[in-house]
Design a protein around this ligand. Structure first.
Ligand SMILES: C[S@@+](CC[C@H](N)C(=O)[O-])C[C@H]1O[C@@H](n2cnc3c(N)ncnc32)[C@H](O)[C@@H]1O
Length: 266
């Protein structure tokens, strides 16, 4: 498989203006699932933010999380979104005018040491080749007593139903191959502890797709990827798609992956 395919849509090495609309559409589709707003609400409460706090959101994407953070810390506070993708930063500036968005990388945050009260980082670690380096950067910029929540999925928790068991297993496994760090979530506590932080709690939510996903672009893309990788043939892929579509029509459909949000402090 070419390295680009393994790296997936959101990796920092693969930023092209033409992908931007697709990236934003994918994030917006996921943000509409109940699991994302629930886990963001948990995150904001777990961070114990106060008016006036200074917060950095790493890999800020469309700025939706930064917008919520800015509402929480108020006018006297400051929210800085860091993202290497200029198109994402432009979109984030539009959606979260009270936050500030800067060019930067999780591996070398453009911030002095001990300069922020809180850090958030959602659905970024799965795209990082060196997540432990990003954890070290979080520990560097947090002030003593400052808190962080790093949120990500663990692709081994993916569930798809219905379908022939052998085909479903291959399809589920082929979802793991879409990112460089597919089991990001289970590694977060160890990486944050390894950076010298104290892990306090873990929140979680499954991202449960609606039955409409059975005939949507995400499932079609997963099926195409499995055929391209040669792990299923075209006939098996068609049977998979037909089984899902029939299940969705009868109300017998489930597709999810679980997100974990790890709270730690310095
Ligand atoms: C899946 S999106 C998540 C966006 C946002 N955090 C959210 O949850 O809606 C991943 C984001 O991480 C950014 N990203 C990718 N590699 C990065 C890196 N090395 N450092 C910082 N951000 C990165 C991408 O540009 C993209 O905006």
């Amino acid at each position: 498989m070419p390295d680009g395919a393994r790296r997936g849509l959101f990796h920092a090495d693969e930023i092209s203006p033409t992908d931007l609309a697709k990236q934003i559409a994918a994030l917006d589709q996921q943000s509409r699932l109940p699991g994302i707003p629930r886990l963001r609400a948990w995150t904001i409460s777990a961070l114990g933010l106060k008016p006036g706090d200074r917060v950095v959101d790493i890999g800020s994407g469309t700025g939706e999380e930064a917008r919520l953070l800015a509402e929480t810390v108020g006018e006297g506070g400051e929210v800085i979104g860091v993202d290497p993708n200029p198109g994402m930063r432009t979109e984030a500036e539009r959606r979260a005018p009270r936050a500030r968005f800067v060019d930067g990388n999780a591996y070398a945050l453009p911030l002095p040491g001990e300069s922020v009260d809180a850090v958030t980082c959602e659905r970024v670690f799965q795209h990082l080749d060196h997540p432990e380096q990003a954890a070290a950067e979080i520990a560097r910029v947090l002030r003593p007593g400052g808190r962080v929540v790093v949120t990500d999925v663990d692709w081994a928790t993916a569930v798809i139903h219905p379908g022939e068991p052998g085909i479903v297993r291959v399809m589920t496994e082929s979802m793991h191959g879409g990112v460089v760090n597919p089991y990001a979530a289970r590694r977060l506590p160890g990486q944050l502890a390894g950076a010298g932080l104290t892990v306090d709690d873990t929140g979680s939510q499954a991202l449960v797709q609606s039955p409409a996903a059975a005939t949507g672009p995400l499932v079609a893309m997963i099926a195409r990827m499995a055929v391209d990788r040669g792990v299923l043939d075209a006939a098996q892929s068609e049977r998979f798609l037909a089984d899902l579509a029939a299940g969705a029509q009868n109300g017998d459909f489930h597709m999810s992956v679980t997100m974990f949000a790890v709270l730690a402090h310095r």
